[in-house]
Design a protein. Structure first.
Length: 81
């Protein structure tokens, strides 16, 4: 019975180990495959509105961004005390 338990343990751990090895290879292959597309998604400024908004949406978004910016400045100045 002890031998059966050891066999089951070795088979289970071996299966997990092989799965993890396979996962590492798949992740590294995917990163090499997608490397040419890294520059497509560039980080944008936090306070710049998206380019495809209408004028009224831009005004609303600008007001929201100004309020968030003011809140962050007030919060940082209060945390310095």
């Amino acid at each position: 019975m002890l031998i059966d338990g050891l066999k089951l343990t070795v088979i289970g751990m071996g299966t997990v180990f092989l799965f993890l090895i396979l996962m590492v290879f798949i992740i590294s292959f995917t990163s090499k495959l997608l490397a040419p597309f890294v520059g497509i998604l560039e980080k944008r400024d936090e306070l710049s509105p998206p380019k495809n908004l209408q004028k009224s949406s831009k005004k609303i978004l600008s007001a929201i961004m100004a309020a968030v910016h003011q809140y962050r400045q007030d919060f940082e100045s209060k945390s310095d005390i």
